[in-house]
Design a protein around this ligand. Sequence first.
Ligand code: ADP
Length: 583
Amino acid sequence: MEVTRLSSAKSVQPLKPAKAVSLDEEPTKASDALPLPLHLTNAVFFTLFFSVVYFLLSRWREKIRTSTPLHVVTFSEIVAILAFFASFIYLLGFFGIDFVQSLVFRPTPDVWISEDEEEENEVLLRKEDARKVPCGQALDCSLPLLPPQAPIVTAQKVFDEKPVTVLTEEDEEIIKAVVAGTTPSYSLESKLGDCKRAAAIRREALQRLTGKSLSGLPLEGLDYESILGQCCEMPVGYVQIPVGIAGPLLLNGKEFSVPMATTEGCLVASTNRGCKAIHLSGGATGILLKDGMTRAPVVRFGTAKRAADLKLYLEDPNSFETLSVVFNRSSRFGRLQSIKCAIAGKNLYMRFTCSTGDAMGMNMVSKGVQNVLDFLQADFPDMDVLGISGNFCSDKKPAAVNWIEGRGKSVVCEAIIKGDVVRKVLKTSVESLVELNMLKNLTGSAMAGALGGFNAHAGNIVSAVFLATGQDPAQNVESSHCITMMEAVNDGKDLHVSVTMPSIEVGTVGGGTQLASQSACLNLLGVKGANKEAPGANSRTLATIVAGAVLAGELSLMSAISAGQLVKSHMKYNRSSKDVSKA
Ligand code: ADP
């Protein structure tokens, strides 16, 4: 095992010439050597190359014949040798520059490895790195750790470049009807009974109506039946987001390969580096503090006194049993935990909290709340229900109530990062990290009047994991509430780092979690679907993984900032050297 790790040391060395390349500039081409058209430049160098080769060979033959030493060269021979090298470099550049550049300038998979990294440190870290699953540069990817196995054949082709849906004459009639407005676009699924065909027809009608092409937005490769009535209405295709893997994240003694769907360069690599630091330090611990989804309807009375009467009734412990029986009728999994009320004049906001098993739980809690409202009407006939959601819940908006009371899963996750790892993997020091955390994540955020934003970039990791695992991306707002703490421990040698996230809203059943790609990502984490033995265990594990990945992301970004690497890495990996104007 050790041999395997040591042998990979070369593959992780940073490649120095990348420093010299400006990513903003048009790359220099070999044909720029002379201010001539390309074919003339080529002709000049070809002629020069073959002429000097011929000249030098004939001089060589002459010297052998006259027994003249080879190193005695005349002026014309020196010129010929120089011309030989110049034309050779040109021809190599012309035919092979992409190949040469790809060898020389290829980025390392680990963005965050600095170019002056010491070999000695790498060897030490590889020795210590006991992670089993190879991932990113953090581990040896070049050599198989498992015995060779039969190739895995994917069951389903996910994306065909050529559309396979062929529109028929009958379809053409329907497209014309949609374009003319006689057939509503939204009714296609129910009219045709074929969701894929409906999407193809809608797409074609849309292109004709707008005069804009949708080429590039794939149609093939999505099971349109699976989104009907649950995930998206009036589909015309789907957007592709690459999924990268960070990890393994060693959390509560288990390794997780964390899928992240993102188009932001650096993000996965950076989180991966954080995972490496955590792994080398013995892993992280995640603790679930609370698990309850909330919904808060708003009701109005004739007087504030009547609103207060209902508040007192709802918050009376004697009422709880009756109310929970009514509430819990909605689902096998929804279990009322508490009701907390707030009054604004004669309006009452009742925040119901309930456990929701493996579902994120918004539907479940809403059904339970509706049951209770119907029940309350008997004793409070003057109660006017204004809305099942009165924003005191609070869903998809930054709100102090979630930050203080929690919503969904409340998780704290911690790790002690060894001083050595801070220096060699994170390229910074415990002292700088603690200071930066205090001035940026705590003081800086306080100066900005942050609400739950006492972190470096929790939202980055949360949204990438949410997209990959089929969570509601809009719930990134409160799910990213996080306070990151850093403290020097063990006589200042090591770093204690923690993230506290009071409102991570995740589920492993319902919504987007059942779609094929998202479900595959949940499967990778071992939390796909409902947990039969312990309902809710899968979604709770997922919440802990989200917090663990945030911990890794915080560690890495904070280190990059404290080491002054952030801009350099982003310039290098967030900007392709492709000429966008020619795309
Ligand atoms: P949400 O409340 O997150 O919107 P849904 O209501 O769409 O979720 O999905 C939850 C559904 O899944 C419910 O019908 C529920 O009965 C069912 N279900 C099956 N197993 C579980 C489980 N382990 N935890 C929660 N819900 C489950």
